[in-house]
Design a binder for this molecule. Structure first.
Ligand code: S3P
Length: 183
């Protein structure tokens, strides 16, 4: 698995953790939201207001298809990326998928002063409902971690530990297959 892909709800810290993780691993860092904005020369808020969510999702999927071909890259995804099955299929090809989680209250506090997310509800109960509904899309990660009470460095260390462990397990698995090979 050549990339690490961060998924999760808005405000769980994907960008902050992604940048730190990439710097610890000396990997590249990309953020699908930033790439959509750059490619189309507009903020996410403007895309939603002028073209609607469906168009945003289409542009987002195009960016996902591009970044999923990367190597040695930490990829932070917009919170809605896992809603499309195709996105997750693409990202899984080369990626270790990490689900960053947080309780609704934490998300509410972390995002309260920001107004750049068109789909983020301003009511903690609404966030709770949306979180619960999205769980079905986020739960297919290789590893998931609650970020509420951990520092960014603790989270990054946990991710690196489980990622390396999973790479070792994969190598062992491949070794076994090779050992049973008969000419
Ligand atoms: C969205 C999350 C946002 C952004 C857009 C839609 C979502 O990204 O892609 O506003 O549907 O969850 P962040 O998760 O980085 O806030």
């Amino acid at each position: 698995m050549k990339n690490i892909v961060l998924i999760g709800f808005m405000g769980v810290g994907k960008s902050c953790i992604g940048k730190l993780l990439a710097s610890k691993l000396s990997y590249q860092y990309v953020d699908t939201d930033k790439l959509v904005e750059k490619k189309h020369g507009m903020s996410i808020a403007t895309i939603f207001a002028q073209y609607g969510e469906e168009q945003f999702r289409q542009w987002e999927q195009e960016v996902v298809a591009e970044v999923s071909e990367s190597e040695r890259t930490v990829i932070s995804t917009g919170g809605g990326v896992p809603l499309r099955k195709k996105n997750m299929q693409l990202l899984r090809k080369k990626g270790f998928i990490v689900h960053l989680r947080a309780k609704a209250g934490t998300i509410f506090h972390r995002t309260a002063s920001r107004h750049n997310r068109p789909l983020l509800q301003k009511d903690v109960h609404e966030i709770e409902k949306m979180l619960a509904w999205r769980e079905q899309f986020y739960r297919h990660a290789h590893f998931s971690i609650y970020t509420d009470k951990l520092s960014p460095l603790q989270i990054v260390r946990e991710i690196m530990f489980y990622w390396r462990r999973s790479k070792r397990a994969k190598k062992r698995e491949e070794g076994k297959k090779g050992a049973n090979y008969r000419c």
